[in-house]
Structure formats: C-alpha cells, structure tokens
Design a protein around this ligand. Structure first.
Ligand code: DX5
Ligand code: ZN
Length: 218
C-alpha cells in the first residue's frame, strides 16, 4: 500500500490549518513538515512551535524532515512538539548511530535521509536502527524543483538491500513527485511519496492526491 505525504512547504502559510485539514480529509497518510535552518540548506522554514500548534488539530502521522545542522540539538523539542517520525540527513550527522538511537529512545520513529549524491552503503552499517529511508529526489531546500532521474537506480538498490536483510523499512521519496514520476519511483521500490507543489499547487489538492495514488499503481 503506497502512502502519500503532502509537504506543507507548498501550502498557504496564512491558512495553514485549513490546508492541513484539506489533505487529511482527502486521505493523506502522513503530513510532511520540512524544517530548514538556512545552513544545511539555503532556505529557512519552521520550527517546533508550528509542529506543536498543528498537533492538536490533526490525527495524521507527523513526519518531520530535518534539513538542519546538528539535528541532535533539536530532537527532543520536535518529539515533544508532536513529531511521530523524525528524519535526519546522513550528511548532517557526525554520529548518526547515536542520533537515530536517540530519536527512538525519545519515542519517535527514526528516518535516515540521503541527498542525491550520497551513496546508500552507509545504511548497511546501521542495522535495525531506522524505520524509514528518505531518498531525496531533488537537492533539498526548495519546493517545485525537477525530479532527478539518476536517483531511481539508488531507490532500487536500497530496496534490494532492505529486502536482502529482511528489514521492513519504508522507502520515502521527496522532490519532484507527481503523477508522472510516481510510477517510476514506486516501480523502483518507494512506498511513501512526498508531494508538495503537486498537491498544494493544484486547484484541488484532494483530486491531486487521488491522481498521484492512481498513477502510482502504474
Ligand atoms: C525539499 C523538501 C520537500 C519539498 C518537496 O527540500 O524536502 O519536501 O516540499 O516539494 P515538491 O514536491 O514541490 O518537489
Ligand atoms: Zn521534505
């Protein structure tokens, strides 16, 4: 079963809760919250305050994607704010093993994100420490960028690695996902599709979610 994770990065921040409730009613599975610090990526977005403000109003799984330096400093705050899943970037963690362990100790699911140029082999050395792998299909920082097709063989490779190790781990893809790219990533082994502009940039976000879901069936 493919899961759809609308990214609020492309929502209307002046009417954020309305947009969240819209995609929740439309059958979204996760709510993808992009956290950027202006250092790890050029852009700046939201912090734990916004996560906490939305939390009482939604039953969606809160999927917090940390695109920040030194994510360890903020794990507790995000989990306390209501994150169900906290994903950190391999490139931002000096002691990734410790960071993933800390996320789970704090009571959240742990995700590992890989930038387009980051090889997947690092995952082999973190057995059983993560619940989700996030394969970035654009360079992180902005919504609305073009999908990078060279990431497809990496998704397939990670799917093989996980299946070979008998691990039940989701593969999430993020960046440039819409009806035309969804079938490609799902065929390669992705199970959770993040979509920002394809959902919130559409005239009807509910219809856009259905279109992506339909397209993902191949
Ligand atoms: C990009 C973010 C994405 C972003 C995706 O750095 O991590 O979650 O919202 O946007 P689209 O779906 O428009 O490419
Ligand atoms: Zn993201």
């Amino acid at each position: 079963m493919i899961k759809i994770a609308p990214s609020i990065l492309s929502a209307n921040f002046a009417r954020l809760l309305e947009d969240v409730q819209r995609v929740e009613r439309a059958g979204a599975d996760y709510l993808h919250l992009d956290v950027m610090d202006g250092h790890f990526v050029p852009n700046i977005t939201i912090g734990p305050l916004v996560v906490a403000a939305l939390r009482p109003h939604s039953r969606l799984l809160f999927d917090v994607h940390l695109m920040i330096e030194e994510p360890d400093r903020y794990i507790d705050s995000f989990v306390e704010a209501g994150a169900d899943l906290v994903t950190v970037h391999v490139e931002a963690c000096r002691h990734l093993h410790r960071t993933l362990t800390r996320i789970r100790e704090k009571g959240a699911m742990a995700g590992v994100a890989l930038n387009p140029a980051t090889p997947p082999e690092v995952l082999e050395y973190l057995p059983g420490l993560f619940d989700l792998v996030l394969v970035m299909t654009v360079n992180p920082g902005f919504g609305g960028q073009a999908f990078i097709p060279q990431t497809i063989p990496k998704i397939s490779k990670i799917r093989e690695m996980l299946d070979g190790a008998g691990l039940e781990v989701e593969i999430q893809v993020d960046g440039g996902i819409g009806p035309s790219t969804a079938p490609l990533v799902v065929r390669a082994g992705a199970t959770v599709l993040v979509a920002g502009s394809a959902v919130f940039g559409a005239p009807d976000p509910a219809e856009a979610i259905q279109e992506i879901r339909q397209a993902a069936k191949g």
